[in-house]
Design a protein around this ligand. Structure first.
Ligand code: ADP
Ligand code: MG
Length: 618
């Protein structure tokens, strides 16, 4: 076997490490943190301790930003506000004699959380650039509030004499404070790691990719954003508290726009969509440029350059670079596995509790344009209903209405008798799952996680259960993975399970979306042109699979241009043209309908014979 790797690199060892990285990484990180925490007893000097505390403080703020920005995709400079909040909370508590670390640090974290919830609840409604600007304006509040309360918070001159925290009445000496800072940072990063490697983290990444996808999977977009943002505020508050204790002095001049830039630059440098990246980025900036006094003058310019360069060349930061190098070393080995779907291993579809789907006189308008007019259909469990019609006739729009993404102007959609129109949440709860004509694939998830994400809308696991990996978390996780494995086997993608999902070719992405919908154990399965881009073998397998889903009891609705496929598997066909139903019935009847032949099938076969023969679907 030829290998692109030099003999020096033990490929097998690398592969084994990569397969176990999810388990090995955190253990190594904890060991690293333990050694670091023991630093003072291993001869680490005071200066070095101070620098490492500053790295931990910055890393905490960056970790929070990674959660809200890197994972959930909302850019805000509010970290500085929460950081200042944590600092002033412990500062103020110290002036009134409260120094117990078990009180002050939780108070700082909670205060950060509170500021996160309040500013996030307002800002996240705005979203995007407006949120970024909004958070910038919030920074301006810091000196104002501090001045307003200058009797308590020290005003512009700052708050000095903040005493070190205590435990059991004993003040912390330097080594104890140092170790505490490391432990606090390690605890946060352990919690964050457990959070992002869970349904929560997947939900953040799905939301970052597409709010349409998030909604279609039953994720509440606003709540998810707010959760990421508010949780990201906790470490910022803790970091601020540690900072205040470090020198015993804080002033508004510390909590500036520049600090916001430092945090953002560190996030981007280390890799915003990463847990360890926050530590790497914080260490790079704190131990690098922030040491140079010359640098102060040009700091903002330099951070600006880091941001631009980072944005252009290093979209995944140092952490991503590490992954890429690793992947490159392993590239060949992974390439050998191939990413084309293999033969179906098994079409093992569990019983699906199908529900009747009723679309009742639905009308959809986009401005003055009528996309659907008085469209009705009824699809029964254990049947396949095909929706066909020319491009632009409203097929996808109809699926959008059924899945709750579009609220019809008139009419109603019912699943199992319950109205679901206009609510993706209700549609998902009633078992509606779908694929997209243009697949929506979150970046940086692997195929298995994408497929498992089909189940995000069901079976809630709380944050605490997730972070502490309690039994319910593990039970749900096992069920998610088992469903993903089964669904991947059904579409023939088992061997691609560990590959990055966004590296798959289009046809394969469609199959992955099919698997994602299947993993949700759907009552109503909506497939939007899932067969296009598949070759003959894949098409044959898809036919077997759709039949199996029908036999399992689901209500299948299929938008499809390939009439051969429709003829083979559809029990019932609905033909749309310009938003109207022009024909319905069994495939043979529809195929003989003169109107349908004239307006759709005939035209398509004249164009290249595709509709009737099933070749060359656009
Ligand atoms: P099909 O899936 O049958 O090809 P679609 O349902 O995607 O057609 O689109 C039907 C018509 O509605 C098209 O003319 C399309 O341009 C229009 N349309 C679809 N979605 C929107 C939207 N969000 N805003 C405005 N027009 C839309
Ligand atoms: Mg369409």
């Amino acid at each position: 076997m030829s290998s692109s790797l030099p003999h020096l690199v033990p490929k097998r060892a690398l592969l084994a490490l990569s397969a176990r990285w999810a388990a090995v990484g955190p253990v190594l990180a904890l060991l690293g943190a333990a050694v670091l925490a023991a630093g003072p007893w291993l001869g680490l000097g005071l200066d070095a301790q101070r620098q490492i505390i500053l790295v931990a403080v910055l890393a905490l703020a960056v970790g929070g930003l990674n959660l809200s920005f890197g994972y959930a995709g909302e850019l805000a400079l509010g970290q500085v506000l929460m950081y200042a909040t944590g600092a002033y909370v412990v500062g103020y508590l110290s002036t009134i004699g409260v120094t117990n670390v078990l009180v002050t640090l939780p108070a700082a974290g909670l205060a950060g959380l509170l500021v996160g919830v309040v500013s996030g609840a307002a800002g996240l409604r705005l979203g995007g650039w407006v949120l970024a600007l909004f958070s910038l304006l919030l920074l301006d509040l810091i000196p104002r509030i501090v001045n307003l309360l200058h009797g308590r918070l020290g005003g512009v001159a700052g708050l000095s004499g903040i005493s070190r925290p205590t435990l059991g009445g004993l003040p912390f000496d330097n080594p104890t404070f140092y170790t505490t800072a490391i432990i606090v940072a390690a605890l946060w990063f352990a919690a964050m790691r457990n959070l992002v490697h869970s349904r929560q983290g997947t939900a953040f990444l799905v939301l970052k990719e597409s709010s349409v996808l998030a909604k279609a999977l039953g994720i509440s977009t606003y709540r998810t954003k707010l959760r990421a943002y508010a949780l990201g505020a906790v470490p910022a508050g803790l970091g601020g508290a540690l900072y205040a204790y470090l020198d015993g002095y804080i002033a508004p001049s510390v909590f500036t726009f520049e600090l916001g830039l430092v945090i953002l630059a560190a996030a981007i440098l280390g890799g915003a969509r990463s847990v360890y990246g926050a530590v790497i980025g914080a260490a790079l900036l704190q131990l690098g440029p922030r040491q140079l006094s010359l640098f102060d003058q040009y700091a903002e310019v330099a951070y600006g350059i880091v941001l631009v360069l980072g944005g252009v060349f290093l979209s995944t930061g140092a952490a991503g670079l590490g992954h890429r190098v690793f992947d490159r070393l392993l590239g060949r080995a992974r390439g050998e596995e191939g990413i084309a779907p293999s033969r179906q291993e098994s079409v093992d579809v569990p019983p699906l509790p199908g529900e009747p789907l009723v679309v009742d006189s639905v009308t959809v308008r986009f401005g003055g344009f009528t996309a659907l007019e008085d469209v009705s259909l009824r699809a029964e469990p254990g049947t396949v209903t095909a929706i066909i019609g020319p491009n632009g006739s409203g097929k996808t729009t109809l699926l959008n209405v059924v899945s709750g993404l579009l609220k019809p102007r008139a009419g109603e959609v019912r699943v199992g008798g319950s109205p679901v129109s206009g609510s993706t949440g209700r549609a998902v709860r009633h078992g509606v799952a779908r694929t997209f004509q243009t697949p929506l694939v979150p970046a940086s998830l692997n195929v298995r996680e994408v497929v498992a994400s089909g189940r995000l809308g069901s079976g809630n696991v709380t944050l605490v259960e997730t972070v502490l990996r309690l039994p319910r978390y593990r039970r749900v996780r096992r069920a998610d993975l088992a469903a993903a494995r089964r669904a991947l086997a059904a579409v023939g993608l088992s061997r691609a399970a560990g590959l990055r999902a966004d590296a798959l070719p289009l046809g394969t992405r469609r199959l992955m979306e099919f698997a994602r919908a299947l993993a949700a154990d759907p009552a109503v399965l909506l497939l939007d042109e899932v067969a296009s881009g598949l070759d003959d073998t894949e098409l044959a397998e898809l036919t077997v699979l759709i039949r199996a889903v029908r036999e399992a009891g689901a209500t299948v609705v299929l938008v499809e241009h390939n009439f051969e496929l429709v003829r083979e598997i559809a029990d019932h066909v609905i033909v749309l043209a310009e938003g109207h139903v022009i024909s319905t019935g069994v495939p043979e009847r529809v195929a003989r309908d003169e109107d349908v032949v004239r307006r759709y099938l005939g035209r398509r076969s004249a164009e290249g014979g595709d509709a009737l023969t099933g070749k060359g679907t656009p």
